[in-house]
Design a protein around this ligand. Structure first.
Ligand code: SAJ
Length: 403
């Protein structure tokens, strides 16, 4: 039996996937409300294919609880934020979960850490917990996930994976467990290499996005079309530039690269600058809003609406969302009153938030497309007559503003 600890964005789909592929799984989370929701037969976030996967796992017998189980294999999938001051990974949730696992784990159990951590974290922060508890019998493994929100179920099945272990035989055993559902190639390596590869993958993407964002600023400065330039450059066989945008959110690309800056401050220069560039994008958009308002003779901020609150399209996750960052910044620089709408956010989370697209559009003269949800792509006709600042280049009509 596998006990998956942490039933959030990664732990839940992983537990469901294993259960629906014949593995006996118990999912544990300290959040009683979350466990109650799952027990009541409902998923806790929206994701393509998740409800179907949930039903299959329930039919296969998955159980949810707040209790840690006595079993031979644990998978820990809890958040790893970064310390805003030192930029280093904050492994407190992982350490707390490991301590609780050790209370239940029998001799020789295997403890798989899925949470993203900086290279050396398991050695520095997790192994000492085992040693202090006299539990060096427990096998430590790192199995970072690589799935992308918005396409998690497909990617869980098809992505290649990395398993880091002290002992090759243990690594191979855990590989066999993931191979119960994973169709991709599974590489077995050591723990520190596995830790580093995961952080490097997200850092690569962050730096590439920062490059695109910097190009957007250069092009804006001199009236060049950054999207056309990137499109043409990407026709070169060895060039593949990502897209500029209103900022980088989520709990991965906007967080993990900081671990390297925190651990190697004098070495991680490009990474540091890239993260600052990405973090500066919401302010850049705010400035664009202000410029466009002036150009259009608009004076009332309350007639400007931000479309999208989530960190990216077609997900309901608002962590580190560029829109939330922009609103925070706006509170400092511009009169308050921007209107906001997101079809994926049902609860009221910010002021002046709408829950109906038509009502939102009626209330504003200018629409800033912060997130390219399918809904807005399908309803561009409703924006006729509005001033549009399209931060994602989904509309190339004349008169539409871009970043
Ligand atoms: N973004 C841009 N321009 C782009 C692409 C993305 O501005 O060209 C922005 C998005 O709008 C969003 C942010 O970047 O705000 C991050 O979105 P994303 O779709 O690039 O990535 P995440 O954070 O949802 O998922 C990433 C993925 N990592 C890589 O692709 C290397 C995923 O595979 C990881 O599993 C995930 O992080 C994670 O959990 O670490």
């Amino acid at each position: 039996m596998i006990n998956v600890i942490g039933l959030g964005y990664i732990g839940l789909p992983t537990a469901l996937m294993m259960a629906s592929h014949g593995v006996e799984v118990v999912g544990t989370d300290y959040n009683t409300e979350l466990v109650a929701t799952l027990k009541a037969g409902k998923t806790t976030f929206k994701e393509k294919g998740l409800d179907e996967l949930f039903d299959a796992a329930v039919r296969a017998g998955i159980r949810f609880t707040t209790e840690y189980q006595v079993t031979d294999t644990y998978i820990v999938s809890v958040p790893t934020p970064y310390d805003k001051f030192s930029k280093k990974v904050d492994a407190c949730y992982v350490v707390a979960a490991v301590k609780d696992v050790l209370k239940a784990a029998p001799q020789g159990a295997t403890l798989v850490i899925e949470s993203t951590v900086s290279p050396g974290t398991i050695e520095k922060s997790v192994r000492p917990v085992l040693e202090a508890a006299g539990r060096t019998d427990v096998n430590l493994v790192h199995a970072p996930e690589r799935i992308i929100p918005g396409n998690m179920v497909y990617e869980l099945l098809h992505n290649n994976r990395t398993i880091g272990a002290d002992d090759r035989a243990v690594g191979e055993r855990v590989k066999a467990l993931y191979a119960s559902f994973c169709l991709g190639e599974i590489v077995v390596t050591d723990i520190k290499t596995a830790e580093m590869t995961k952080v490097v993958e997200n850092t690569f993407r962050a730096v590439n996005i920062a490059f695109a964002n910097e190009l957007a600023k250069i092009c804006r400065h001199d009236g060049m079309d950054v999207y056309e330039i990137i499109r043409i450059c990407n026709m070169h066989p060895r060039v593949s530039i990502l897209q500029p945008g209103p900022g980088v959110g989520g709990h991965c690309i906007s967080v993990d690269p900081w671990f390297l800056v925190g651990d190697y401050p004098s070495l991680a220069k490009v990474i540091d600058e890239s993260m600052k560039t990405n973090d500066g994008m919401p302010d850049f958009v705010l400035n664009r809003i202000y410029e466009i308002m002036q150009e259009r003779g608009m004076t009332d901020v309350a007639r400007v609406g931000l479309y999208g609150l989530t960190y990216k399209e077609n997900v309901d996750d608002m962590r580190e969302s560029p829109t939330l960052q922009l609103l925070e910044s706006q509170a400092r620089h511009l009169a308050p009153g921007l209107k906001v709408y997101d079809p994926f956010i049902e609860k009221d989370v910010v002021e002046n938030q709408y829950h109906d697209l038509d009502a939102f559009l009626d209330a504003v003269d200018m629409v800033v497309i912060m997130v390219k949800h399918n809904e807005i792509r399908e309803n561009m006709g409703k924006l006729r007559g509005k001033t549009i600042l399209d931060c994602h280049n989904i509309c190339r009509l004349p008169g539409v503003y871009h970043i």
